[in-house]
Design a protein around this ligand. Structure first.
Ligand code: F6R
Ligand code: MG
Ligand code: MG
Length: 379
């Protein structure tokens, strides 16, 4: 099939059972029903509804291109139905990421986050979906930098003739809404100068320079700015194509063996260590965290998500590989808890909490205001 396929992940937090923990299964079913209709009507090829922590993630494949009104409307309707259920059950934060009363053509700016990628489906097309909870888009910058810029992580950058040609990296300034495309390996140090500032810069996408197309794309919608005030970390997703000139599945996973501190966690205002786990284990059970990272994988098969189910399984009924489920990640999880506990020891002191501009909650302006008369100049 030469027509280009689009893979879209649209995600939102529209309510949880017990605080900000986990959507109710009926909410997930409501989303499945809407997307199944989308397959019936010919809008979608296939879909898979999953979650990480309190976020519902809608994985969709179609031939309608990125930012398509019909596809986005399906996602919007799915989240609206899930919100209605959450409200009926009096779940916590029901409808939290639905910032507009009505759908107006695209979920961008309306609350949900989206990562979308369009490409020519190869003879065999392995896809990875990273899904994070209680953190922000720039949390992917360190792992993706290792994958695409560091030959000590991705040996393919040295020994795979196509990967050695390098990658184009689109970097977003999420504060000033600007973007720049930089090339690896030539501009690696310059890229790292920007990306090291995780409060402002984030990788949006990575493109192969050997003609394989887009390799990775991240959702970078900054909810706090969209809403005009902080209403939650983005809990971003990242879609990656793997193998045959792109990083191998194992090269994409390798950086998560490191213990990485990311911003978010409790009240979106703390640094905690990324905790790689299965989707089933992604409830935020330790101080509303620590920030979870899940990774599931499918093969794409003529626009359909092929997992472990029989080929005859109806759309939506998919069984992915859950990459962080295994025991080999126990050691990383142990280290993540150890590092997170160390940060917790600082209580409300930096570096446990974020810098003043990044705090999702703060009483600082009102405290300063109340002290206006009492502050005196130093001698
Ligand atoms: C972080 C998160 C939670 C909440 C915290 C307070 O992203 O979702 O840590 O920030 O539970 O929530 P509220 O303000 O709703 O009581
Ligand atoms: Mg949430
Ligand atoms: Mg969340």
């Amino acid at each position: 099939m030469s027509e280009k396929v689009t893979v879209s992940v649209i995600k939102a937090d529209v309510g949880s059972v017990v605080g900000h923990s986990r959507p109710h299964p009926a909410m997930m079913d409501a989303c499945r029903d809407v997307l199944a209709e989308g397959v019936k009507s010919g809008c979608l090829q296939d879909f898979y509804v999953t979650r990480v922590g309190d976020d519902i993630n809608l994985l969709m494949s179609h031939y309608k291109g990125e930012g398509n009104c019909d596809v986005h409307e399906l996602a919007w309707n799915a989240f609206s139905d899930a919100t209605d259920l959450a409200k009926k059950m009096k779940l916590y934060a029901a409808g939290q990421d639905i910032l507009c009363d009505a759908f107006s053509g695209n979920v961008k700016g309306a609350g949900p986050g989206a990562a979308e990628m369009t490409f020519e489906e190869r003879g065999s097309e392995p896809l990875l979906f990273f899904m994070a909870d209680k953190t922000e888009p720039s949390a992917y910058s360190l792992p993706l930098s290792k994958v695409f810029l560091d030959p000590f992580t991705t040996t393919g950058l040295v020994i795979d003739p196509r990967a050695t040609k390098g990658f184009e990296v689109e970097i977003h300034d999420v504060v000033d809404s600007k973007k720049v495309v930089m090339s690896s390996p030539e501009e690696t140090y310059g890229m790292l100068t920007l990306l090291g500032d995780t409060t402002r810069y984030a990788i949006k996408s990575v493109e192969s320079r050997s003609g394989v197309g887009t390799a990775a794309v991240v959702s970078t919608d900054k909810l706090n700015l969209t809403a005009g005030k902080y209403v939650g970390k983005d809990d971003p997703v990242c879609i990656c194509r793997a193998q045959s000139g792109l990083p191998a599945v194992g090269e994409y996973l390798q950086p998560y063996m490191n213990t990485m501190l990311v911003a978010g966690w409790m009240r979106g205002s703390h640094y905690g260590a990324f905790y790689p786990c299965s989707v089933e284990c992604s409830d935020p059970t330790y101080y509303d965290g620590p920030p979870r990272i899940c990774c599931i994988g499918f093969q794409l098969n003529n626009g359909r998500f092929q997992g472990l189910e029989p080929m005859s399984a109806p759309a939506g009924e998919r069984t992915p590989i859950d990459f962080f489920a295994g025991r080999e990640w126990d050691e990383v999880r142990r280290r993540a808890i150890k590092a997170s506990a160390m940060m917790r020891g600082h209580g409300p002191f930096m570096p446990a909490i974020l810098g003043p501009d990044e705090m999702e909650y703060t009483t600082r302006p009102s405290v300063l205001d109340s002290l206006k008369q009492r502050f005196e100049d130093l001698d």
